[in-house]
Design a protein around this ligand. Structure first.
Ligand code: FPP
Length: 255
């Protein structure tokens, strides 16, 4: 159903096979809500964690392809502040994935000039995950290629709350005057302050909601939803999303 709706937005002549990506108009920043790992596994009679494991491999492929296409930043929703409600073994498994991912792929990411970062609440994340992530951030901080930004223990309302708290403290201290508070200033208190807002948001698995993800940053972002489960997401799916983005006219409220 969803794919049919998406297809309706394409012109009659254009299909994903017949037109090429315009490499000069690839989004600078793509954000992805990677969803459907559990259903992918269930469909195959496998435990949910098998879906997450497969999902991790897909992260690697997508990072590589996004980098090749010239995307500047890729923000991936790996674990939300709400995901703690899942069964403990599943939470533990997901929390081990960053370490496993970096153990396996960090050397390649370094070679490909990828810069690893995270957004989210550090408190609550296991020490081994923090250690792996910190090491990757440190070892890639001078890289100038794709910024691979993991949203880990991330919730947008948490981020906005923290920004307001910090801003209020600065007003209290007198370093900022209340009259000077504007959108640009608020944006500078967000965790993504130096990578800019995503031009394209992708959510997989047929769910059509934002799930507390980058609510401030997505104000003018093009949203693209697909029925594809994250473990089945491929280079082609990424290109399909970018093609659809390129077909859309972005007017930012103008005409
Ligand atoms: C949502 O699918 C997926 C997650 C909450 C975990 C996402 C994690 C990965 C894709 C791997 C991340 C890799 C690294 C390197 C951090 P779901 O479990 O909610 O799927 P369902 O809706 O079908 O149950």
């Amino acid at each position: 159903m969803l794919n049919k709706l998406v297809n309706l937005t394409k012109s009659n002549k254009e299909t994903k096979d017949s037109i090429e990506l315009d490499r000069s108009r690839v989004p600078n920043h793509i954000a992805i809500i990677m969803d459907g790992n559990g259903r992918w596994a269930k469909k195959r009679g496998l435990p949910r964690i098998a879906g997450h494991r497969e999902g991790m491999k897909v992260v690697r492929k997508v990072v590589k392809h996004a980098n090749e296409l010239g995307v500047h930043a890729l923000t991936l929703y790996a674990f939300s502040t709400e995901n703690w409600k899942r069964p403990k073994p599943e939470v533990e498994f997901i929390m081990k994935l960053p370490e496993q991912f970096l153990l396996t792929y960090l050397p390649e990411l370094i070679k490909e000039n990828v810069q690893v970062r995270t957004i989210g609440q550090r408190e609550g994340i296991p020490a081994y995950t923090q250690k792996a992530v910190n090491e990757a951030i440190e070892r890639t901080k001078h890289n100038s290629g794709l910024v691979l930004n993991f949203a880990l223990n991330y919730g947008s309302r948490y981020e906005i709350t923290e920004a307001v708290r910090q801003l209020s403290k600065d007003v209290e201290k007198g370093t900022i005057r209340a009259e000077d508070v504007n959108e640009k200033l608020i944006g500078s208190y967000m965790m993504t302050n130096d990578i800019g807002d995503p031009e394209l948001l992708i959510r997989t698995s047929g769910e059509i909601r934002l799930s507390n993800f980058m609510l401030w940053q997505l104000a003018y972002t093009e949203l693209w939803f697909t029925d594809v489960y994250w473990p089945d997401f491929s280079k082609e799916t990424l290109e399909e999303a970018i093609l659809e983005y390129q077909r859309r006219g972005r007017r930012f409220g103008g005409v």
